[in-house]
Structures are given as C-alpha cells and as structure tokens.
Design a protein around this ligand. Structure first.
Ligand code: UDX
Length: 435
C-alpha cells in the first residue's frame, strides 16, 4: 500500500520505517526540515535501539522517502497522523494544535477513498470532530482512530509485532476496516488480537491503558512509602504479590517513579478531559497517582541529604542516569533529570552522566555539569545516586567505583542493585522502599 506518515517525531519516524518493513511504500512528512534532512540521510534524530538499522534497510529498499512538503502525501491511500500532543502550557489539557494543523494541511491533498488514520494520543471526542472536518473538506475520504502502544526502547518490536490492534471506526464506514487489515496483514496473520470499535472507545483505550500503567507504578510506590515506615522491603513485596496472576509482576518496580513523554502528560490530559465532560470524580484517583509519583522525587532528594549528613550544599554528588528510562535518550519529564536539577538548585556540586541522554539533558538544562562515564562522574563524590537503571549501571563493580569516591554512599533510585553486594564492599546502601 502507499502510505504517508504525517509527523516524524518519535512515533512517526518509527512507524514510517516499520511500515516499509511490513512491505508498504511510505513517505514520511514533517514541518521540521532539519528532522527530515537527518531522516533522509538515514539518521534518526533520537536514540532508539534497532531504528538506525531499520531506517538504513528501508531507505535501501527505495520504498521510503521523507519530505517537508505535505503535498507529497498526495497519491497515498492511507495517511497516518503521528504528530505530538504535548501538555498545554499552564494547563493539564493536551495541546491539539499540531493534530489540527496536520489534518487541515492534509485535507486539500486527499482523494476519495483515502483513509486518514489517527495515531496520536488525543482527548476523547477529538476523532469525531476531525472526521467531520475531513468528510466536509475531502468528500469520499474518511477517518479511523488506531492508537499506538509502543514503548520507547522497544519501539521497533512493538510496532512490527503489537500485542493488540485497535481500530476506531465510524459505523457508516464500510471500507476502513479492510484498509487497516491490509496495512497490518502481517500482524494479523500472526494472530494479533484485533478490537474494532467506535472512535470514543478507541481514544479511551489508549488513555485508560496509560492511566492503568501509571496507577500500577504509583500503587507500588505507595507501598514503598509504607515499607519505608515499617522496615519492610517493597521489592520482595512486589515479587510476592506479582506471583498472583491477577496482579502480575510487570510494572511493579518501585523507585523514582514514571516520567517520559507519555504517562505524566496523558494522565493529566485525561483528568482535564474528564472535568470538561463533568465526570472528574471518576478520575480523581489519578490526582493521587500523580502526587505519589512526584513525592518519590522529593524522597530521593531527602535520601541524598541523609547520606551526606543533612545538607547537600557544596557536596559532590554523582548522578548516574538522566533519561526517563534505560535505552532512551528522552529526558521529557524525566525523574532523574528533575532530581539532578533540584540538587543543583540546593547548592550541591552535581556531576551527572548517562549513556545516551547527556546531550538531550544539556539542551534543556545547560547549567548541568556532566561527565562521559559513571567512573568519571563518581570521582571524589560524597554520594552516588543511581537514577536510571541502565544495564551498564547494574553491572558496576562496587570495588572499582569505591576506589574513586570520597565516601562509599549510594542511593539506588531504581532498586536495581544487590544491597548485600554493595554493603559487603563497604558501601552505605540506601534505596526507595527498602530497609
Ligand atoms: C508508555 C506506555 O508503556 C506505552 O504503552 C505508551 O504507548 C507510551 O507510554 P514509555 O513512556 O515508552 O511507554 O515508557 P514505559 O516503559 O511505560 O515507562 C514509563 C515510566 O515508568 C518510566 O519512567 C519508567 O522508569 C517507569 N516505570 C515503569 C517504573 O517506575 N516502574 C515500572 O515498574 C515500570
């Protein structure tokens, strides 16, 4: 099939390359010319494992091109909308200006029979509004809503082999399902579950899934608070309750909490939309989910204070990890970056490092002092904070790190180290939710 992907950020760039891998002919479109230049040269503008290789093979196939001109969407049958929906400045609501602009720009180039497919995460009600605009502006074209559940760090695998497909389709649309089936024929042949539903449900599937995941993380972090007050160990607790198949162990890792470009802004936008719909009470628990999450960052700062004897001012603190999670260079709403900045503001002499996110962090916080490696960051440190659980940090030798620091004190913000091993090497080991 001929496909256009409008918006070549995180979601769109991965989606475009994966659609080529699935056998389609794709044009990726973005208003950001620098991004388009990089992608056309086969360079992803962000770090994502497997994407450079996939882009290279997609470009070599001759079935992928990039353009900053929306008119190049002409001739495609399926047009994915993959632009961002960030949090609106000064509000919890989603900023829909990029989605609206993308659809408006696309309409003059649509032909009868074309299908516009929304992928961006939007407040419920958006698809119905856009569908009306499309059918008025481009008679014979229609809209479907097909939310995306990819995780950063696993984006390629999640796109090629999704764990489910959700189609939101207008009841009167007789062709959209067949078109989407052709797009995803490979996943469907592999028995990927498919849910065909209406626009509102499809939009809600996405935000409710993220709300559930955020709630699961904040639940275990709430248990971590109780564990800290009682001398219990939240990691053993998570293992034990996780054995109950109804609960499940995944997404029960207590620590510094969730960040990134999706969960925090999505739960806030969901609450804002619920308020507009007059059902804010139904989602009031998400306020608590957000508050528990933000409290973890404060607790981390308090633990840093504790291990250096009460006042971080003038103390050397090594921060390992800046990305919001491992295998990503994304620092949007990153708990790690937030803690590093808070400590700097308290007068600590922070040196931070990350295998991939140093550049992106410095773009946002140019005042942050950074080092190339964990060993460099740890030199003469009064305390080490592990804030993003990169595999290479999990594998650090406590003796080697210990030979560089001034004081052997570590706070494990992701519960990813073995306390016994670190204590045996003479370290003061502290963690969130563990004795
Ligand atoms: C999330 C959803 O998982 C994905 O389905 C959706 O499409 C986009 O949002 P992503 O933001 O890439 O994906 O990251 P995810 O792996 O969900 O992690 C989100 C945050 O939660 C990270 O900061 C991570 O460190 C944190 N987290 C995750 C925990 O603190 N504990 C856990 O047990 C799991």
């Amino acid at each position: 099939m001929k496909i256009s992907v409008v918006g070549c950020g995180y979601l769109g760039a991965v989606h475009a390359a994966c659609m080529v891998e699935l056998g389609h002919e794709v044009v990726g479109i973005d208003v950001d010319e620098r991004k388009i230049e990089l992608l056309a040269a086969g360079t992803p503008p962000f770090f994502e494992p497997g994407l450079p290789e996939l882009l290279a093979s997609a470009m070599a196939s001759g079935r992928l091109r990039f353009s900053s001109d929306i008119a190049d969407a002409r001739g495609a049958t399926v047009h994915f909308i993959a632009v961002g929906t960030p949090q609106r400045e000064g509000s919890n609501a989603a900023d829909l200006r990029y989605v609206d602009a993308a659809v408006d720009a696309l309409i003059p180039h649509l032909a009868a029979g074309d299908l516009v497919v929304g992928k961006s995460t939007v407040p419920v009600g958006t698809a119905a509004r856009l569908a009306e605009r499309i059918t008025t502006g481009a008679p014979g074209a229609s809209l479907a809503w097909n939310p995306e559940f990819l995780r950063e760090g696993f984006a390629v695998a999640d796109t090629i082999s999704p764990d489910r497909l959700v189609y939101g389709i207008d009841a009167s649309d007789t062709t959209a399902e067949g078109i989407l089936d052709s797009v995803y024929s490979r996943a469907l042949a592999a028995d990927t579950p498919k849910v065909v539903t209406d626009f509102a449900t499809a939009e809600l599937v996405k935000v409710s899934a993220n709300a559930f995941l955020a709630t699961k993380i904040s639940f275990i972090n709430a248990m971590a608070e109780v564990a800290e007050a009682t001398g219990a160990d939240v990691t053993a607790l998570a293992d034990a309750i996780g054995h109950d198949a109804r609960i499940g162990r995944r997404f029960l890792n207590a620590g510094l909490g969730f960040g990134g470009g999706c969960l925090p802004k999505d739960i806030r936008a969901f609450m804002a939309r619920a308020e507009e719909l007059g059902v804010d009470q139904a989602l009031s628990f998400l306020q608590e989910v957000d508050a528990i999450n933000m409290r973890r960052r404060e607790r981390m700062v308090d633990l840093a204070r504790e291990v250096v004897g009460g006042d971080v001012s003038g103390r050397r603190i090594a921060v390992l990890g800046l990305a919001f999670k491992p295998n990503s260079d994304d620092v949007r709403d990153s708990p790690a970056l937030d803690v590093a900045v808070r400590l700097t503001e308290l007068g600590a002499d922070v040196v931070a490092t990350d295998p991939q996110a140093v550049e992106t962090a410095r773009l946002r916080k140019p005042q942050l002092a950074v080092a190339g490696t964990a060993m460099e960051a740890a030199r003469d440190a009064d305390a080490v904070l592990l804030l993003t659980e990169w595999q290479e940090y999990r594998e650090i030798d406590p003796e080697e790190l210990g030979s560089l620091v001034r004081t052997r004190a570590i706070v494990d913000g992701r519960n990813c180290l073995d306390p016994a091993q670190w204590r045996a090497a003479g370290w003061t080991y502290r963690a969130l939710g563990r004795p």
